[in-house]
Design a protein around this ligand. Sequence first.
Ligand SMILES: Cc1cc2nc3c(=O)[nH]c(=O)nc-3n(C[C@H](O)[C@H](O)[C@H](O)COP(=O)(O)OP(=O)(O)OC[C@H]3O[C@@H](n4cnc5c(N)ncnc54)[C@H](O)[C@@H]3O)c2cc1C
Ligand SMILES: Cc1cc2nc3c(=O)[nH]c(=O)nc-3n(C[C@H](O)[C@H](O)[C@H](O)COP(=O)(O)O)c2cc1C
Length: 752
Amino acid sequence: MKIACIGGGPAGLYFGILMKKADPSSEVVILERNAPGETFGWGVVFSDETLEYLERNDRETHEEITRTFAHWEAIDVHYRGGCIRSGGHGFSGISRRKLLDILTRRAMALGVDIRFRTEVDDFESLDAFRQADLVVAADGVNSKVRARHADVFRPHLDVRTSKYIWLGTTKLFDAFQFIFEENEDGLFQVHGYRFDRDTSTFIVECDPESWTKAGLDRASTEESIAYLERVFARHLDGHRLLPNRSAWVNFVTVKNATWRHGNMVLMGDAAHTAHFSIGSGTKMAMEDSIALAVALARHPRLDDALDAYEAERHPIVLRTQKAAQDSYAWFEGSKRYLGHEPLTFAMSLLSRSKRIGYENLKLRDPGFIERATEDFAARCTVLAEHGDRGREPSPPPMFMPFSLRGLTLQNRVVVSSMCMYSAKDGMVDDFHLVHLGSRAMGGAGLVMTEMTDVSREGRITPGCAGMYRDEHVTAWKRIVDFVHGHSRAAIGLQIAHAGRKGSTKLSWEGMEEPLEDGNWPLISASPIPYTPRSQVPREMDRGDMDRVKADFVRAARMAEDAGFDWLEVHMAHGYLLSSFLSPLCNVRKDAYGGSLEHRMRYPLEVLEAVREVWAKDKPLSVRISATDWHDRGFTGDDAIVLSRALKERGTDIVNVSTGQTSIYAQPVYGRMYQTPYADRIRNEAKVPTMTAGNITTADQVNTILIAGRADLCILARPHLRNPHWTLFAAEEQGYTDLAWPDPYEAVKPRPK
Ligand SMILES: Cc1cc2nc3c(=O)[nH]c(=O)nc-3n(C[C@H](O)[C@H](O)[C@H](O)COP(=O)(O)OP(=O)(O)OC[C@H]3O[C@@H](n4cnc5c(N)ncnc54)[C@H](O)[C@@H]3O)c2cc1C
Ligand SMILES: Cc1cc2nc3c(=O)[nH]c(=O)nc-3n(C[C@H](O)[C@H](O)[C@H](O)COP(=O)(O)O)c2cc1C
């Protein structure tokens, strides 16, 4: 086989090695614009796992790499003048130049034809390409091949906001360094690690405001270095910062719709990039080489081989890019975490890409997690009130009590609101008693009722629960009394009006489908139906607004009469109050539409009226959709503004959900997918938050809490599957202080 490869970086060189190893008769030509030993950057990191992978594929290069690399186990987080160390991470650093030397020598020894100082421009006119069976574009992040065939590859280039510069230093770090230094210009952060006997990588990153304020937008590389040496003097101990073709740039995340075009294929950075903060670019490039070489060996037809290569690698790369996205988002927004205590800050940083969490860190460095858990407990004032626990270790974060106003929850797990569509004219009955009662006995700190409507015409379906008739108070009180009498859980009522999403069938008879008969008229912020099949709602006038507000107030009073501990106003998921907030369904021309300030006006008015009558010693939460997942919709930035306004009007905690406001939304699901919104609101708007959305494990709950992303974790579907989710979570963690219902005492796990 004849192979022409543009680019002699890690991808191209390693691919050449593997192809010549597999079939010495194959012809591999690599065209590289640089001279040997000439490259940008300093060191790169490999995880222990990547090194094992390389060992399996080419022992010779692995041996050479491991002979020269620097290995470390710990990560240091320098923050507020102190340093927090966490161990057990297992990474190696190697000089990029040395890595390329090793790969070049090995490739040449195997007979790869490397033509240095060859800039490929008009590659289709070159003989090497015309004669090649396979053309590999391993020409890096600015790939010319990709640009030339952009119509086929359909690249998506996402230029990130932060500025970074890749420097080196002779200061030898004995652990991976994350350094955060604040000065009068802003915040400057470093990703640093040693990669050989006498050099460390020192990548400095900062937000564009800090960069401009410091004058770095006008500074030469030398002037930038002089400035950064002053900022990081404490960490450099007199060592200099060194450039290597270094300049301030923005990271670009590269994605392509497809990686192949005829006999041409993209590989490495040309195909995809992942932010340097997860140190995976070189690893991904070399893994591509391995996958392509294996696919070519397995499939006699080139087409099949290229398809197999892309089918294997593309999904893996997208997962890594998702982790990288979470990671760069953390660094881009790191200013919002500057109020954290050092251990919370470190936990937030270490768990940023969801690849490492509470349990995994416990395995890596039990002492670190013990310190972080103790620190979390020490700041939990309620626990302190409960007296000195002596030498006993603190409970896992999820089992720390949580107080708001006069209420203390025994732990931080919440059963989410879930419509059951099993009521009759709003009346809850035995079903709801058993459903909510069993979840309360399951150990959660707070059980939320389903969306409970403030009027008959405010229901989603004929089966929705209500709080609008006197009998409703009695029916709810029976459930509240059961919960109080037979569990330690608190119980909260979620009150709502369905707005334009009302008058539909029970979910299992046709979700969002209008009723066959007996439909009632709908109201909303604007006369826009939810789906093309939905009824067109009437735009609310001031009279409607007053009436609905009064319904909310009445429901709040009734909640108090029924003995609820907690009240939640539902402003999420496209229901009535949410329909005012979202610009997708509020196109009003009056004082309640238009700007965000105007769109918030009516929901805030309702909130104020409810807070006015709701008991002063009981918490009030508001559920919001923090994004519409729509490019013209309500955004995470809007959610910050809204949350501040909610807090000013007496909201104690924001229940952060997302979406369900438009059928044209493009939500991005994943583990804990809504938690970044709760994190932003908690740490940017400084409002306590509860987070929901694909949280399924105790490890996730503990990680979210200890990293300061939210104050409470809400689980919906896991509680449908298992009402005793919290009791099981305690058992799984060996935590025996959680109260079990007395009649179940016999099976309660005992301390070992
Ligand atoms: C600041 C920073 C830090 C990083 N840290 C790490 C890390 O710690 N760990 C890690 O795994 N990865 C890291 N990376 C990523 C890593 O550098 C890249 O992912 C990796 O080099 C990709 O290899 P590649 O072979 O695809 O591309 P490259 O290494 O960019 O190689 C492409 C080659 O093609 C050549 N070329 C390009 N165009 C032409 C042309 N027209 N004609 C001839 N030759 C051409 C170039 O000269 C170059 O040699 C980092 C990246 C950055 C920016
Ligand atoms: C059956 C069901 C009914 C729901 N009903 C409500 C509701 O009444 N009010 C509400 O705010 N959210 C409701 N939701 C959304 C959940 O409260 C929760 O936010 C969502 O399911 C994400 O959490 P999870 O991934 O743990 O299920 C409902 C979800 C389910 C599965």
